[in-house]
Design a protein around this ligand. Structure first.
Ligand code: ADP
Ligand code: F6P
Length: 323
């Protein structure tokens, strides 16, 4: 291959710039030209493609967001639209593509690969819902952001003897809630993978925490959990005089996506970027770089997007012992 391109797609997250840097420098080290595509698949369709030099990607590793920009581009699901994208790449002499993103973005990468463009994926999503990799780029930083918030909220919760519902991101996956709740010593963790418990049971647990002499009751709720944070808030508010704790809600929202990537994420990003280029140049495509234990391995994109990464239910059991 003489030239490859790289793009970031879907939701941003910490560590994307470190991946772009690694992809660029590894390709240049092999004498291969690198092109950056702006705004994810939208830029591929509109031809927003320009060369990247080693200097272009320098000094950005420690910053959140993505220097290439990202977007959600629903029209990319249309085969005709993807053909336009392929034509744009072809016109620039680009023979391979590295896609950095979550489940949707990797589905797009698989579709391009099936249309004949050698494509390699890098799992990057704060949700940690990508099947086949122990960790995606961005997850570790986001967990630390959430943990910082839990620690701060705990100060206020204890000082005022309050119960707190802390809602975290994750789309349909409970990983962020489970991992941060465990690490943050939450009294309860609610995830979409485990239905319930009913609000009455949640209220009973809050009341029990009070009876046991706790000064706070922290509940970490995944945004995808049903019946949802607000339903629990309403119920607890109605019965606050019986429970012993008043209740407050904090929805962490997009503060979870930005910020300086952790050492773990920078390292993972650097390893995955270089791995993807190495494998793409050696003729392998239709795979993503996957962290399996401590090693990186190729993992088929088709299997990565076939289902969501299952939650480790043993961790959920552990959380019920630790509350
Ligand atoms: P993420 O990659 O973070 O999961 P999305 O699910 O929003 O984010 O997907 C990002 C983009 O990936 C979409 O906006 C679309 O451009 C592309 N994409 C998603 N699903 C498909 C699909 N089935 N075929 C082709 N492209 C897709
Ligand atoms: O996939 C990352 C994520 O932050 C999810 O956790 C969340 O549900 C979604 O993206 C929010 O998307 P948007 O930034 O488009 O509102």
């Amino acid at each position: 291959m003489k030239a490859i391109a790289v793009l970031t797609s879907g939701g941003d997250g910490p560590g994307l710039n470190a991946v772009i840097r690694s992809v660029t420098r590894q390709a240049l080290a092999h004498g291969v030209e690198v092109y950056g595509v702006r705004w994810g698949y939208r830029g591929l369709i509109n031809g927003e493609i320009s060369p990247l030099t080693s200097r272009d990607v320098g000094g950005k590793m420690g910053y959140g967001g993505t220097i290439l920009g990202t977007a959600r581009c629903p029209e990319f699901k249309d085969m005709k639209v993807r053909r336009t994208a392929l034509r744009n790449l072809h016109q620039n002499g680009i023979e391979g593509l590295v896609v950095i993103g979550g489940n949707g973005s990797l589905t797009g990468a698989l579709a391009l690969n099936e249309m004949g463009l050698p494509t390699y994926g890098i799992p990057a999503s704060i949700d940690n819902d990508i099947n086949g990799t122990d960790m995606a780029v961005g997850v570790d930083t986001t967990l630390n952001t959430i943990l910082d918030a839990i620690d701060r909220i705990k100060d206020t919760a204890s000082s005022h003897q309050r119960a707190f519902l802390i809602e975290v991101m994750g789309r349909d996956c409970g990983y962020l809630a489970l991992a941060s709740g465990l690490a943050g010593g939450a009294e309860m963790i609610m995830v979409p993978e485990r239905p319930g418990p009913p609000v009455e049971e949640i209220a009973a647990a809050v009341s029990e925490a009070y009876v046991h002499g706790k000064h706070h009751c922290i509940m970490v709720v995944a945004e995808g959990w049903k019946p949802g944070t607000r339903a629990v808030e309403e119920y607890l508010h109605t019965y606050k005089d019986d429970l012993g704790f008043d209740v407050r809600v904090t929805v962490l929202g997009h503060v979870q996506r930005g910020g300086r990537p952790s050492a773990f994420d920078r390292l993972l990003a650097t390893r995955m970027g270089a791995f993807a280029v190495e494998h793409l140049l050696s003729g392998e495509s239709g795979h993503m770089a996957a962290l399996r234990g401590s090693q990186l391995e190729p993992f088929p994109l088709a299997d990565a997007v076939a289902k969501l990464r299952p939650l480790d239910m043993r961790l959920l059991e552990l959380s019920s012992v630790m509350d």
